[in-house]
Design a protein around this ligand. Structure first.
Ligand SMILES: Nc1ncnc2c1ncn2[C@@H]1O[C@H](COP(=O)(O)OP(=O)(O)O)[C@@H](O)[C@H]1O
Ligand SMILES: [Mg+2]
Length: 283
């Protein structure tokens, strides 16, 4: 493994903090999570003993080889899949069913096809029983934030992939979640659109201080967006290494194509890529 610059520390997966051993609980904590699926071809152990703590306002990115259990990890963090063992805590409390504290953005936009952009964005507020005037105000705010004003009455089939993903992000943000869970949200987009959205998520993040767990197969994206990059092993997925990226890294606030002009960025990207590559199984 190549040694990164001093400022960038690789730490081996650390055990979850014991309850009571720290003043403030992590915003989200996965403790002893594993997942076994029963399939017609037998049991698949997707994840083995994962411990991960995400601090309030921290942006954690997760990389790992295809099939190592990244999506499974995220689904469990969202409360959408039950772990086989282990628990998920939010603010130190056992997290139950999905609720407005945690919003999810998937790779495939998952919009309602027969609803307009504005109606899709409004969805979580209708579920929460928010009154019409406030819903309208918040939808307008999100349309502006995501640059979707012109598309409020468009149906998903009339929108490009990038626009659909903006709607999906707006829909996740409108409930003012404390935790944003994103599973390869830009994976289905063309390169240009992906670049623009990566920069916007980076900007939003600097403005809003969300707590984010962000899955990606792109090491570059993980380093660009993350405060900490978690590297997973091949299946059964474990947390192999965590690499902290300094908040004041020189490339922060820069465009992603400019980030690669910084040697720190390239060093850490290469270091993480080597870690991921060593986990890829040739089939
Ligand atoms: N619902 C399911 N039933 C059976 N096997 C599953 C299911 N979901 C995922 N798996 C298996 O678990 C492993 C991890 O999948 P996944 O979490 O999607 O990986 P990743 O997102 O890292 O590519 C894979 O071997 C996959 O086939
Ligand atoms: Mg996946």
């Amino acid at each position: 493994m190549q040694t990164g610059p001093d400022a960038i520390q690789a730490t081996s997966s650390r055990p979850a903090a014991q309850a009571g051993s720290r003043a403030v609980a992590p915003k989200m904590e996965l403790r002893g999570i594993s997942k076994k699926f029963s399939t017609r071809r037998g049991e698949v152990v997707a994840l083995a003993e994962c411990n991960l703590a995400v601090e309030k306002a921290e942006f954690v990115t997760v990389v790992g080889p295809s099939g190592c259990g990244k999506s499974t990890l995220l689904m469990m963090a969202a409360g959408l899949t039950e772990p086989t063992t282990g628990d998920i805590f939010v603010d130190g409390q056992l997290a139950g069913a999905p609720g407005p504290k945690r919003s999810v953005v998937f790779q495939r936009f998952a919009l309602f096809p027969s609803e307009t952009a504005a109606q899709n964005i409004e969805f979580g507020l209708r579920v929460a029983g928010i009154d019409k005037a406030e819903r309208a105000a918040r939808v307008a705010e999100l349309l502006t934030m995501m640059g979707l004003e012109q598309f409020r009455d468009a149906y998903p089939s009339e929108l490009s992939g990038g626009m659909q993903q903006r709607v999906a992000i707006a829909r996740a943000l409108i409930v003012r979640p404390e935790i944003l869970l994103m599973d390869e949200p830009f994976g289905a987009l063309d390169a240009q659109t992906r670049t623009v959205l990566q920069e916007e998520v980076s900007r939003l993040r600097r403005q809003m201080d969300y707590t984010v767990l962000f899955i990606t197969h792109s090491v570059e994206e993980a380093v660009y967006l993350g405060d900490r990059v978690v590297v997973m092993s091949r299946r059964p997925g474990r947390i192999k290494t965590e690499i902290t990226i300094p908040r004041d890294a020189a490339w922060r606030g820069k465009q992603i194509e400019d980030a690669s002009n910084y040697s720190d960025f390239n060093d850490v990207r290469r270091q993480i890529w080597e870690l991921v590559r060593s986990e890829i199984v040739r089939e």
